[in-house]
Design a protein around this ligand. Structure first.
Ligand SMILES: [Zn+2]
Length: 859
């Protein structure tokens, strides 16, 4: 509807001032209607020096329904016409204009049917991630236009034929396998030159041409080049290569398990979808300092080294998270790569399936794990982190320009959406759901689809009304507040919409009722505002969501809340204990119980807990409550954590989890001294794993507590790190814990310059330490400049950077002044981009909760 009204206006607008910056929905829709048969032939000449410019050229072939002006997206030429040396259309030099991040070529050069544009240009740098020994592209969501001129929208899929010239001793990986490799001089020849692979040319360069890709969206086109180690595994006739830069033998030894999980995920997806892996190959690259957990480029999937190579004694949570990351990226090959959203407002449709299926795929790999329990912590708890805040959003958000597409991402699409998808699969039944999924994949193979396309396929396979279900769960933000009480012989359950819209969230909710001895379990269909069920007489306490399947904010009455606080360990099912634990935590945040009460209750309960995933959640709640919400500073928490970490009779993983919690919050002088001695000697409590990762982060924490010893700690830790990439990371981050406040101020100032924010994970760690809770008073002055920089951080950084930037900046703060700074910033910027404002409100949520008597950050 909107599209047809806007297009005529768009033409009028275009004729005088050109297209708006970014890629507007209008421009994308208009191009989609007239352009087809798209292919890019790209050439990049990669120098070894990461500062030298990259010369490039390309040919774009496409069909036009009728002659028309062509608008290419090319953001990163910095208004410097010299960056584009030549533009030819159909063999003739063409006059063109640069306008608002676009190359505009007049209609007169084009004809109906096949057209070819040839461009010589200097490649844009923003998304090239150039390091001394390697570089990689990361073009999601709209960053292809920073690298080369293109039609940067997901529904103009194209084939890519890539040629790279690069140092002869570098590896190169792209979406498809190499077709030929030749010496630069022999580039014109077509014969394969085997010699080039082994013998560097006189100039030490080689040239590789990759096979044409299947139809891909721009954001999936990718290449990686540089110095890497290569491992290849072949199973059942399928070969997969892994590229990495790791040097630690303990970490390299993990490649076997990584390959197992990659192969297992591929096979699971092929079986479920009934579609063999639909692309030429499935290699992957493990990168140090990679900004995401992973990125699903077909045939060249990228992974973060810290998520793939775990420490010597990885926790259960870390092992599950690695497998689910591998499964997630593998599921994307079908959901995202094979069938792609038409526009990034539907990016959640690929993320939801990646996470939903990942949760299924890890089940057979970890048969000993309670996966219902794992889903609760992995999805529900993470979703609540955003859904409880004033900055929450609906699963489906609207998006008028791709320049803001990165802001669509967040916990709601990654974590709430899979919960909701699970409900949908339950409503439909597993067979009908799978059939619907298969129909969807077949119908839109190598193409694009919207959520509406999918829901209409699913709707045909069930008598349920999925449209109205979708309106609440998918298109509306927030979650229900669910209360229950006893009335005569009935349990009465009510749901309310905390945002005052009168919305009702249909779902099943399970309650356990008890008198302290007997238990009655009731599952109610909560379709309306109120539901009732008969109860056994004498029941006193109402325990909500004891199977952990319902989604919402559960508000028990004070008697029941107190019962849960004192009886957590009595519940047999692990998921019941975690679900109730989550309810306690949410009720603390809501002000229904104090941080001290919760902390003390958890310290009493934990010795009886046996499950490490539940322990992990309880310990993180203890950490959060102690840092932010506890008022009694009796040292009880630190003493408990220390005792647990030191107790050799306890489970080793539990001890490690307690130790990690302790190292994040300690303030006690004796404990500080003890931790320093352990770090200094390189030996922790008996048999407690104490690897490089633990020692590195402990060194930062100790430098903050022991400024006199800071330079000793820094030098010694640096000496211990042998891997080149990790030494660089340390040298950068350690600046944030400098004992000299002026040095920290100068470092913070440097982070406000885009050229100093190259490796995002380092910047986020550094910003977190600069705003450490023990230095929050000094760091108050960082809040306003960091907020002021946020729009620029969003423009120049990758998808998760603005969210991580603002949360790293605010996490350590707890004061009224900090809350007021954020409130003042929002007040002074009334027209602030709403998607970005939401990210601020999400990150500042604890500030408004902690100071309940101060003004709310948002109404
Ligand atoms: Zn994903």
């Amino acid at each position: 509807m909107r599209k047809f009204i806007i297009i005529p206006l768009f033409f009028a607008f275009l004729s005088c001032s050109g297209p708006e910056p970014g890629v507007s929905l209008q421009l994308a829709s208009e191009r989609k209607e007239t352009i087809s048969g798209l292919g890019y032939r790209l050439f990049f000449n990669l120098p070894e020096d990461p500062k030298a410019p990259i010369q490039a050229s390309q040919t774009i072939d496409f069909r036009l329904e009728k002659p028309r002006q062509i608008i290419l997206d090319f953001k990163d030429f910095k208004e410097d016409p010299a960056a584009v040396a030549l533009v030819q259309v159909n063999g003739k030099q063409a006059k063109y204009r640069f306008r608002n991040e676009h190359i505009v070529i007049p209609r007169r050069y084009f004809k109906k049917g096949t057209n070819t544009i040839t461009i010589d240009f200097q490649a844009g740098e923003q998304s090239l991630n150039r390091n001394e020994e390697f570089l990689y592209t990361l073009l999601v969501p709209d960053r292809a236009r920073t690298l080369f001129p293109c039609f940067d929208q997901p529904n103009l899929k194209a084939t890519y034929t890539l040629t790279l010239e690069l140092p002869a001793h570098w590896e190169a990986v792209s979406n498809t396998p190499p077709e030929q490799e030749v010496l630069p001089d022999a580039a014109a020849q077509t014969a394969h030159s085997a010699a080039a692979e082994n013998a560097p040319t006189r100039s030490g360069r080689k040239r590789i041409t990759f096979c044409p890709t299947e139809p891909l969206s721009t954001y999936l086109f990718s290449f990686v080049a540089g110095q890497f180690q290569l491992l290849t595994e072949t199973r059942n006739g399928r070969s997969i290569s892994l590229y990495h830069r790791e040097t630690d033998p303990q970490k390299i030894a993990q490649t076997g398990i990584i390959f197992d999980q990659v192969f297992a995920s591929l096979e699971w997806m092929e079986e479920y979808t009934g579609i063999p892996y639909p692309f030429a190959k499935y290699d992957f690259i493990i990168l140090p300092g990679f900004q995401y957990g992973g990125m699903e480029h077909t045939g060249a999937t990228l992974y973060n080294d810290r998520r793939m190579f775990l420490g010597e004694h990885p926790t259960t949570g870390e092992q599950l998270s690695r497998m689910s990351l591998i499964a997630h990226e593998t599921a994307h090959m079908w959901f995202g790569d094979y069938v792609t959203m038409a526009w990034f407002d539907d990016v959640w449709t690929k993320e939801v399936f990646a996470n939903y299926f990942a949760a299924q795929m890890i089940r057979p790999q970890f048969p000993e794990i309670n996966h219902r329990l794992n889903d609760l912590r992995a999805f529900y708890a993470t979703a609540y982190d955003v859904d409880r805040t004033a900055g929450t959003n609906a699963i489906k958000q609207s998006l008028d320009n791709l320049s803001k597409a990165g802001l669509i991402y967040g916990n709601i699409i990654y974590d709430k959406a899979p919960v909701v998808m699970h409900m949908l699969a339950e409503i439909m039944g597993p067979e009908a759901f799978r059939e619907g999924i298969r129909t969807y994949l077949h119908q839109f193979a190598y193409g694009n689809a919207t959520w509406e396309d999918l829901i209409s396929i699913l709707d045909r396979k069930t008598p349920e009304d999925l449209e109205s279900w979708s309106r609440v769960w998918i298109h509306s933000e927030g979650m229900p507040h669910i209360r229950a009480c006893m009335s005569k012989d009935s349990l009465v359950v009510t749901q309310t919409d905390p945002l005052g819209r009168g919305l009702l969230w249909p779902q099943k909710v399970t309650f356990s009722l008890t008198d302290g001895e007997q238990t009655q379990i009731l599952t109610l269909d909560l379709e309306l505002a109120e539901a009732k069920a008969p109860v056994t007489p004498g029941m006193k306490y109402i325990l909500p969501n004891t199977d952990g399947l319902a989604y919402g904010m559960f508000l028990p009455d004070s008697l029941s809340l107190d019962y849960i606080l004192h009886n957590l360990a009595r519940f047999e099912a692990e998921e019941t204990r975690l679900s109730l634990l989550m309810t306690l935590y949410e009720n603390m945040l809501a002000g229904n119980l104090s941080g001290d009460t919760l902390t003390h209750a958890l310290i009493r309960y934990l010795p009886a807990e046996t499950n490490n995933l539940v322990r992990n959640s309880a310990l993180s709640y203890i950490g959060e409550a102690t840092l932010r919400y506890a008022t009694v500073k009796d040292g009880l928490t630190e003493a408990f954590l220390l005792k647990t970490a030191a107790d050799t009779a306890e489970d080793k993983e539990y001890r490690l989890l307690a130790y990690r919690t302790l190292t994040g919050i300690f303030t006690n002088t004796l404990i500080t001294q003890q931790l320093f001695e352990q770090w200094d000697s390189g030996k922790s409590f008996d048999e407690l794993p104490f690897g490089e990762t633990e020692m590195t982060s402990l060194s930062y924490q100790l430098m903050i507590r022991l400024p006199d010893k800071a330079s000793y700690i820094k030098e010694k830790q640096l000496e211990r790190i042998t891997n080149l990439d990790r030494r660089k990371a340390y040298a950068f981050i350690v600046q944030a814990v400098d004992p000299d406040p002026a040095a920290r101020d100068a470092f913070f100032q440097s982070l406000l310059e885009v050229e100093n924010r190259g490796t995002e994970p380092w910047v986020i760690s550094a910003l977190g330490y600069l705003n450490h809770f023990l230095r929050q008073e000094h760091a108050l002055k960082y809040i306003c400049p960091a907020l002021a920089e946020l729009e620029e951080v969003q423009r120049t950084g990758d998808i998760f950077f603005p969210t991580s930037w603002i949360s790293a900046c605010l996490r350590g703060h707890n004061s009224r002044v900090a809350a007021d700074s954020v409130a003042a910033f929002l007040q002074e910027h009334p027209g602030y981009e709403p998607l970005l404002k939401n990210k601020i409100l999400q990150a500042a949520d604890h500030l408004s909760r902690n100071l309940r008597d101060s003004a709310p950050l948002a109404d």
